[in-house]
Ligand binder design. Structure first.
Ligand code: NCD
Ligand code: ZN
Length: 360
């Protein structure tokens, strides 16, 4: 048995409000606990999107009733809500996990095209609260320039390309306040499914994800530059299997229940060390996102148990996984959250509503 700290996932989509047939705070935080994660930060591209006091309350009220693990909720950057230091909006940043800026197109309505719309957000959002950018390739370079100009930290979500990891490395070497995360699917899958072959029977619709799966060369560059990567995050983006197999498949993969076994398997193959895993799933996200301690919190893992990933055994409501049938090594046995056994041997034991808002 190995004992890990309660792990942190700074990037999940729990679909509440508006798309609870895909996931909600109940199923999503259950999936988190089953995956060894005790704290999730939820993204704002819901229906409606979370961008002001009323919509933030919608999400936080649902979370308060339903969450089994601890949580925070991001607000989204829109064209008209950048007055973060004025009047009614002033109190908002302290109640939110951080500000999410969608600078490239993806699922949902939040998107800021024009760079003149980025400026007031960088200027006004409190410097001690996180800004996370969905920005790919050259858009990412622009977001890093904004961090330099406004001299404030920016966290780049889900990097996937060699050019991205190399540019972040160069920016860090020059003292720019940039951090980044990478998702398991960009480490274990490539666009041609060469790495492990098409073991999980991925069809074109199921392969849709933003950022798209990249080349094997990009995947290799991420592994070669793990020291540049601050966090592992799932970008848990559940869409039902029917939606993924439809004519208009939405992008996104579930990931909460597979991140830890996949990474522990990499540890068992010496592609990663356990201290690295703890740094990227606990120490660094805690620091980057200003998260409180979770006292008396840990995860017990049977590091020798091998098993097959099966969507049918997961808590996520989406009913599929891109890693179906993969053999992994390392099973979560038990999760203790703030002194209470929250998960044990496949069962969720923390009641709905046990989870706390990290900004309270
Ligand atoms: C995410 C979703 O479905 O909400 N989809 C995805 O492919 N990652 C949105 C996002 O994070 O870009
Ligand atoms: Zn996302």
């Amino acid at each position: 048995m190995i004992k890990l700290p309660g792990l942190i996932d700074p990037h999940v989509h729990l679909r509440e409000p508006g798309a609870t047939h895909k996931e909600d705070f109940d199923s999503g935080t259950s999936a988190a606990l089953a995956g060894g994660i005790t704290l999730v930060l939820a993204m704002p591209n819901t229906k409606p999107p979370i961008f002001d006091a009323d919509t933030l309350d919608l999400a936080l009220d649902a979370a308060k009733q339903k969450a089994h693990c601890d949580y925070g909720q991001f607000v989204g950057a829109g064209p008209d809500n950048a007055d973060w230091n004025e009047g009614k909006r002033k109190a908002l940043p302290q109640r939110a996990a951080g500000l999410k800026m969608y600078l490239d197109s993806t699922f949902g309505e939040l998107r800021l095209d024009d760079m003149s719309l980025w400026m007031p957000h960088f200027e006004n959002y409190p410097k001690n609260m996180p800004i996370v950018a969905h920005s790919e390739s050259r858009t990412m370079a622009a977001a890093i320039l904004f961090a330099a100009i406004y001299d404030r930290p920016v966290h780049i979500a889900h990097i996937s390309l060699k050019e991205e990891v190399l540019l972040i490395k160069a920016a860090k070497e020059r003292g720019i306040k940039v951090t980044c995360e990478v998702c398991p699917h960009h480490l274990f899958l490539d666009k041609d499914l060469t790495g492990f072959g098409n073991l999980s029977g991925l069809t074109p619709g199921r392969m849709e994800v933003r950022p798209r799966l990249a080349t094997q060369n990009d995947v290799d560059a991420l592994w070669a530059n793990l020291d540049v990567i601050d966090c592992f995050a799932t970008d848990h983006a559940p869409h039902t299997i029917e939606e993924k197999d439809s004519d208009n498949p939405p992008p996104g993969f579930p990931g909460l229940e597979t991140i830890l076994p996949l990474l522990l398997t990499a540890v068992s193959e010496s592609r990663l060390t356990l201290p690295d895993l703890i740094q990227k799933m606990y120490t660094n996200p805690k620091k980057i996102f200003n998260l409180p301690d979770q006292p008396e919190t840990w995860v017990e893992v049977d590091e020798d148990q091998t098993y097959e990933i099966k969507a049918a055994e997961q808590f996520t409501r989406c009913n599929w996984t891109p890693f179906e049938g993969w053999k992994v090594k390392g099973k979560v046995r038990k999760v203790v959250l703030r002194g209470k056994t929250a998960f044990e041997d496949g069962k969720i034991l923390a009641p709905a509503g046990y989870g706390r808002n990290v900004r309270d």
